[in-house]
Design a protein around this ligand. Structure first.
Ligand code: HEM
Length: 414
């Protein structure tokens, strides 16, 4: 019996042994039964021993919401450990506003929020559409190619270059840094293989972008992220480490998550051909399909908080200092909150009612931008290529944090 079989097994003892932090279960796409069991039998579950130390798992939709809205008790603070189950080594930590509590969180978030304000999104729509069309027109027909590289990475990298107003021809550099930020250094195909190597690469990133940040600070304010950071009261004199962390946050935020949803949509619609047909028959379903795919894919697997005081959650006693992990992948498959959650249903009544963007004060800044990019992709894709065939299994990323897809072979019928 493998440890996984054992964990799924039904004895009371095995329940205590469930450890959902193992990145392998996400790479193998084997996490569903573990969380189904936890939601049913032990929804706020204590794991006394893992490679990341002891931690609580919060697995039901309503309990995840309860943690998200109670930032007074459940802290995101870098000093207490930040937002991932794995602590960043103290000597190499990189704070950013996702790893802060109010008031500093709110001050810094406010600086960058205008980049995704409705008026700015409207301004960006034309350029996003133009670039999307170009990428789609260049795709080969009648031959197998990698959707991740040709479409998902290309489109999200273009978006990043636009958000940062980064030199266009060097834009894949941003993709590389994003991969470095989220890499699990123990994975053989990771771009870096130790925390030291990661830190060295991110130092180079902050130096390169630091030059642009300083230049933008001397120019009149503009609508790109570097200019906003350079002019914002709360962000114009950032310590180097914090600058590094903030860039990492904005690069990953605007990149990997949307990238993996672009790929996940092709996989999900191939998995549910009836829903794919429904979409072709009625393209006005694109916006609700986009939200449903974001739920179904759940691009961020978890967030972590640290209890600032003793508290109670769903009958469990949580102690000050405990690590509390909210598993979005599980909350989004909770049948008490979402009907028939293991099925993709593109015309759900309330498709935006999911946890993929989080909730509360840290709710994703870029959620409307991500939806916009995905909507445009499908508006341009459907009339050109009504069928994109998934030709083989996806290669998934070894990570318990970003639900990533490294490659997906696809074919557009000739
Ligand atoms: C499908 C795409 C995306 C998903 C699933 C996603 C998911 C998330 C999640 C789960 C959080 C944390 C929420 C919480 O703790 O409650 C978050 C925060 C954040 N996201 Fe996104 N995101 C996406 C796209 C984007 C884009 C396009 C941007 C950038 C423009 C972005 C920027 C951010 C930032 C800056 C934060 C930190 C917010 C804060 O701490 O106040 N995200 N995102």
């Amino acid at each position: 019996m493998t440890p996984l079989d054992d964990a799924i097994g039904s004895t009371a003892n095995a329940l205590g042994a469930i450890d959902v932090s193992d990145p392998q279960i996400y790479q193998d796409d084997a996490w569903y039964p573990l969380f189904a069991r936890l939601r049913r039998e032990d929804p706020v579950h204590y794991c006394p021993e893992s490679r990341y130390g002891p931690y609580w798992s919060v697995t039901r939709y309503k309990d995840i919401m309860a943690v998200e809205v109670n930032h007074q008790v459940y802290s995101s603070s870098n000093e207490l450990g930040g937002i991932q189950i794995e602590d960043q080594p103290k000597s190499m930590d990189r704070p950013s506003f996702i790893r802060m509590d109010p008031p500093r969180h709110d001050e810094q978030r406010m600086v960058v929020s205008p980049v995704v304000a409705p008026a700015n999104l409207q301004n960006m729509e034309g350029v996003i559409r133009e670039r999307t069309i170009k990428v789609l027109e260049d795709l080969p027909r009648g031959e197998t190619f990698d959707w991740v590289d040709r479409v998902s990475i290309e489109l999200t990298t273009m978006m990043l270059a636009t958000l940062f107003d980064y030199p266009w021809d060097d834009r894949r550099q941003l993709t590389y840094w994003s991969d470095v930020v989220i890499a699990n250094v123990n994975s053989p195909d990771a771009p870096v293989h130790s925390e030291e190597e990661r830190f060295a690469e991110l130092t180079k990133m902050a130096q390169a972008l630091g030059v642009l940040y300083q230049q933008r600070g001397q120019m009149p304010p503009r609508f790109d992220l570097l200019s906003m950071l350079a002019h914002g009261e709360a962000t114009k004199n950032m310590p180097f480490r914090e600058f590094m962390g903030t860039l990492g946050l904005l690069i990953v935020g605007g990149n990997d998550t949307t990238r993996n949803t672009m790929t996940g949509a092709i996989m999900a619609l191939n998995e549910f051909p009836g829903e794919y047909q429904k979409l072709r028959d009625d393209p006005s379903l694109i916006p609700s399909m986009v939200s449903e795919v974001i739920r179904y894919v759940t691009p961020v697997i978890h967030m972590r908080r640290t209890a600032k005081e003793d508290t109670e959650l769903a009958g469990k006693q949580i102690k000050k200092g405990d690590k509390v992990v909210i598993w979005y992948v599980s909350g989004n498959r909770d049948p008490d909150a979402i009907e028939d959650p293991d099925r993709l249903i593109i015309d759900r009544a309330r498709p935006r009612q999911h946890l993929s963007f989080g909730f509360g004060i840290h709710r994703c800044v870029g959620n409307r931008l991500a939806e916009l990019q995905l909507r445009i992709l499908w508006e341009e894709l459907l009339p050109r290529y009504p069928v994109i065939e998934a030709m083989g299994p996806a290669r998934r990323v070894y990570s318990n944090f970003i639900h990533g897809i490294r490659s997906l072979p696809v074919r557009i019928p000739a």
